[in-house]
Design a protein around this ligand. Sequence first.
Ligand code: AVI
Length: 357
Amino acid sequence: MDAFFASPEPHLCRNLRDACLKRTPAIVQSQPNLDPLIDFARSCVRGFYADPRSMESRFLYDEEGSALFEEITRQPEYYLTRTEAAILAAHAAEIRELTGPTRILELGSGSAQKTDHLLRAWLEQGGPTRYYPVDVSAAALSSACAGIRSRFPTVEVVGVQCQYREAFPVLAQLSPVLVAFLGSSIGNFTPQETLAFVRALAAALRPGDFFLLGLDLVKERSILEGAYNDQAGVSARFTRNLFARMNRELGAGIDLDAIEHAAWYRQDQELVEISARFTREQTFRLTPPGRVITIGQGELVRTEISRKFRLERVMPELEGCGFAAERVFTDDQGWFALLLLRRRPLYSPRRGWRRSL
Ligand code: AVI
């Protein structure tokens, strides 16, 4: 199932251009062609009836969910954020030397804390710095924009509230640009979704533009499972919040005490699978569209996957999609990788001119 809402966004392009010219407030929104509540309800119904039952992870990030995810990133077991932040701190200046004075657009910016390292390097090496955080959560986006403005008053910030792929049509307008997709968020896509996403991004970027991609690497099971089962129970609250959101927005009336968080590493697929386990049978209704759903005792509803990567496998895939690796940065333990990729020109000395990727 393609989890993306792919629509050309002339409205977003126009609003972004106006915001850049300072004619509108500094947060622009996409104009969804579907009521967000209907979108959520339909997706839940599809997910409950799927086999295996599985939800679209984008709905985990309402205001509550975004705040809980920020709390996850501060848990001692969740090594991803601090490992990536350390790589960024060590290499941001080198990244800026390689990219030159590009604009920065960050997909899934969340609190945008790690972006400080990039912005500092961009400011230190001169030139006007423009930053475009993209996030589905309006609350996360406005607090990220306010935070960046107070820490970096000279950076021009325009927040873009939309799904990742909806931002792609504005990329040509922002070139030269560095698109940052940090935190291994790409690991929340299935392999098919990943390929579709990377191909669409390559097609939207101009040759020579950059893609900075954070990837969590395959490692020992106990470390991976620990990261998704923190002692403080924040991951469990994050999973349960999806069902709390169904109660808040769709009047589902699900008994949250009968939902357990379950996360384990599936070595065969090199991913962490995160699910909600129903400890009692429950029947509930989602309005709209008013369908009655029964989940049996012990049944699992998958809320997310988090894929883990091997560089030797992922690099050829990215290259096949139209990117060339400029640099690969990792931490001392080899737990996390930050890839600086460049959209290849359409001319290759080996293959000559190509009309498209
Ligand atoms: C956002 N994403 C990269 C997180 C991850 O590690 O896959 C989401 C997450 N879900 C539970 N814990 C973290």
